[in-house]
Design a protein. Structure first.
Length: 113
């Protein structure tokens, strides 16, 4: 069974940082682009960041300069470092594999004082 397992979400104050992780035991994921999405009730799901096998990245305008996506192919893990967090970053964050269109279960990020 293919699984993407996210971790690292939580409650943080505005201006704080969190690092999300997405791990899988399926080696093939390391060969394909991976994404982080986020979803807030009442809004459309938003593509936050993407990373290719070779490490090229793309970001939503709303997170550029604050978030960094990275991957460790040897560990089959993708990360999302989130700095200078804002209340509007509050959402459920999902890891997504462009191979097979697999999704993680989501991890809640809440930015609030």
């Amino acid at each position: 069974q293919v699984q993407l397992v996210e971790s690292g979400g939580g409650l943080v104050q505005p201006g704080g940082s969190l690092r999300l992780s997405c791990a899988t035991s399926v080696i093939i994921f390391s060969l394909y682009p991976m994404d982080w999405y986020r979803h807030t009730p009442g809004k459309q799901r938003e593509l936050v960041a993407s990373i290719t096998r070779g490490g090229s990245t793309n970001y939503a305008e709303s997170v550029k300069g604050r978030f960094t996506i990275s991957r460790d192919n040897a560990k089959n893990t993708v990360y999302l470092q989130m700095n200078s967090l804002k209340p509007e970053d509050t959402a459920v964050y999902y890891c997504h594999s462009q191979w097979g269109n697999y999704w993680g279960q989501g991890t809640q990020v809440t930015v609030s004082s």
